[in-house]
Write a protein that binds this ligand. Structure first.
Ligand code: AMP
Ligand code: MG
Length: 411
């Protein structure tokens, strides 16, 4: 970390960049939330069951509890000696040589080891005639079938689902320790950017990155801090950042080395220590990573497609690292090219593409135009087609690596 020679370092790979970014990041502290607020939060520690489920042997059906040996064959008749219902406070005892009425979820009486379903008996007052032989263990849910007290029900670093929440409740929890939502500040830079409808006008374009990144921060479990738009001057950038308290700062635009690219010099003046600032991928060459005091900073390219693709590759893992999750990055899958593509240049390519599912698996077609300003194309794509640097031309039918947007929250 703390590499203060941004110009002395050549571009690095995507994996290396992700490793460097996440290595700088420390996990945020935990907080306790009620289960009703736990959906989508990240568990801070592993959670164990407080109770055993079911707490005792229970019936899986409505019927009659018996000692299986007492019903060795069809046409056995036993006297009815009681009833076991769900929710009764104590496990009843079955008198030998009798049967007990029982309902689903009710405790299997001590002395019974089988349930005969009600469809298989004829009841006549206090006498029950069994039309089948009882089988020990049948329709009995053993204590602990679901889980035992002390067993792990949720691992640390898990994004909690409704299934987890149900399990936690069943296991005797009404609250859970989760990671605080990391505060992620988002600043757009550029003299041409209009922050909103009111500031639009001649020579201006609307700021697309900030709304999109704020949405992704939310979707990926962060709490966005909207820093607005700063023009291409050091003072405006410094002002936008004054008094900022965030777990991560995201800046877009102005990260190259043009006269009007003021992000790097402005942040440097504030004490930024560079991690790296060039990356061997398209779209997204001027990706900048560093630390401003304790705060990690991620500088994304200004072109909206680059900004969003870089967010997918680096911001999502950064948020994972902030919340104690595995920061593996996007999942690659294999698809077959539906049309030939040309060779790749000296940077990894993440082409905007459409994936379709056919009888013989996934096929993928990259858009013929790949300009990184074309947000409309990114919006109509459903995947990125990955081509490693230096890849030769590829024929239709060849297997290639893709990243599907489906399944990436919010993307
Ligand atoms: P830059 O990284 O500042 O050189 O910007 C590269 C390109 O992206 C330029 O055409 C900018 O106008 C455009 N751009 C930068 N920031 C944004 C933004 N927040 N929203 C939309 N376009 C942007
Ligand atoms: Mg700019």
């Amino acid at each position: 970390m703390g590499m203060d020679k941004p110009f002395g370092k050549s571009a690095i790979s995507v994996d290396e960049a992700r490793r460097l970014i996440t290595a700088e990041i420390r996990c945020v502290e935990e907080e306790v939330v009620s289960l009703s607020d736990a959906l989508g939060r990240v568990s801070a520690a592993r959670v164990k069951a407080v109770v055993t489920s079911p707490p005792f042997d229970v019936s899986a059906m409505d019927g009659y509890a018996v000692h299986a040996a007492d019903v060795p064959s069809a046409d056995t008749v036993l006297p009815l000696s009681g009833v076991s219902k769900a929710g009764i406070p104590a496990v009843p005892t079955l008198a030998p040589g009798t049967c007990m009425r029982i309902f689903t979820g009710a405790p299997v009486p001590t002395g019974a080891d089988a349930i005969v379903i009600q469809e298989d008996v004829d009841a006549d007052g206090g006498w029950i005639m069994f039309r089948v032989k009882a089988e020990a263990g049948l329709y009995v849910r053993r204590a602990g079938l679901n889980f035992n007290a002390g067993a792990q029900v949720v691992a640390a670093g898990r994004v909690l689902t409704a299934r987890d929440i149900g399990l936690l409740a069943a296991a005797g929890h009404d609250r859970i320790a989760v990671r605080r939502r990391p505060r992620i500040a988002v600043l757009s830079t550029g003299d041409e950017l209009a922050a909103d409808m009111e500031t639009g006008g001649p020579g201006r374009i609307f700021d697309a990155n900030r709304p999109a990144l704020i949405a992704l921060v939310r979707a990926w479990g962060g709490e966005p801090v909207d820093l607005g738009v700063a023009g291409d001057d050091d003072a405006a950038i410094t002002t936008a950042l004054s008094g900022l308290k965030a777990d991560l700062l995201l800046v877009t635009g102005g990260a190259s080395v043009g006269d009007h690219d003021r992000v790097r010099p402005a942040l440097q003046a504030l004490g930024l220590s560079f991690n790296f600032w060039k990356i061997r991928m398209r779209p997204g060459k001027p990706l900048m990573s560093g630390m401003l005091g304790n705060m990690p900073v991620l500088g994304l390219p200004g072109n909206p497609v680059s900004a969003l693709v870089c967010a997918l590759l680096f911001l999502e893992p950064a948020i994972c690292a902030l919340t104690g999750r595995d920061a593996a990055g996007p999942q690659f899958e294999i698809a077959r090219l539906s049309a030939p593509i040309g060779k790749t240049g000296e940077r990894d390519d993440y082409l905007r593409a459409v994936v379709t599912t056919g009888d013989d698996g996934l096929s993928v077609a990259a858009f013929p135009q790949q300009d990184s300003s074309m947000l409309a194309l990114l919006a109509s794509a459903n995947a990125l087609l990955f081509r490693p640097a230096g890849a030769p031309p590829a024929e239709a039918g060849e297997p290639v690596q893709i990243v599907r947007f489906d399944g990436i929250a919010g993307f």
